[in-house]
Design a protein around this ligand. Sequence first.
Ligand code: HXC
Length: 263
Amino acid sequence: MESLADRAYLVTGGGTGIGAATALHLARLGASVTVVGRRKDPLDAVVAEVERQGGKALAHPTDVRDPEAVEAAVDATIEKFGRIDGLVNNAAGNFVTPAEKLSPNGWRAVVDIVLNGTWNCTSAVARRLIDADRPGAIVSVIATYAWTGHPGTVHSAAAKAGVVAMTRTLAVEWAKYGIRLNCIAPGPTETDGAGGALWASPEDRDRVLSSVPLNRFAAPPEIGDLVGLLLSDRTAYVTGEVLTADGGQWLGRQIYGPPLPTH
Ligand code: HXC
């Protein structure tokens, strides 16, 4: 239970959903956590909950699209906790739209958050680790449509595919510094953000659920648990990998004929 004792991590999109659950979990594993996101109130609520449970956390309102703001968040982490050991790239933006109706600004907003934001945070944290000659671990939250694609989310799918390529490239390039990089690909997870954007109606919810062989949504804490595993030394020999936690959803996609009854 103390697998991240005395370490410090930055969690982006840490105020809500998977990010908040991950921050709480990392704190329970002994880590200090800086939660960043655009809105201060949810970040403050996560810090209050971490502290109520006896952990250490810092809220730092930050837009991951802004490299200077990201640098400031890393500085604040080191100032407050004396170190930084890694990062969880969880911040995302997404909405469903036919590709032909997607405006240049809509494309830019999602790619800026998901791909450029991940690079801003990854490079900022890694440079500190390299300068300090310390090992570290970085986990990025993606989606299985990074490799399958998915109609209606061309911006997000393209950006998440870029994050996978970034992860695999840097896993090799920065192995010599002892920096590991991995991705986690959650399936449909019970959060307001994804749920509100992607399966808002009961019909959409049923449709999504019926696509999951294990026949349920993921709970945010179980994704946080896997992020904690990938940050910990229990996976010290794992780098450049994608851990899929989707209840079998993408493997169960039926290309020919009606879906097989899985439940
Ligand atoms: C069409 C839309 C739109 C929508 C925004 N836009 N929402 N177009 N349908 N529903 C367009 C806007 O019209 C605008 O283009 C451009 O996108 C930028 O919008 P802004 O609101 O100005 O941008 P911003 O405030 O930066 O917001 C970014 C955002 C927003 C991505 C649009 O939704 C956001 O910040 N979301 C964060 C939370 C989130 O989405 N979480 C879910 C992640 S789930 P124009 O041309 O009009 O200027 C996920 C993985 C799910 O990613 C995987 C499931 C398996």
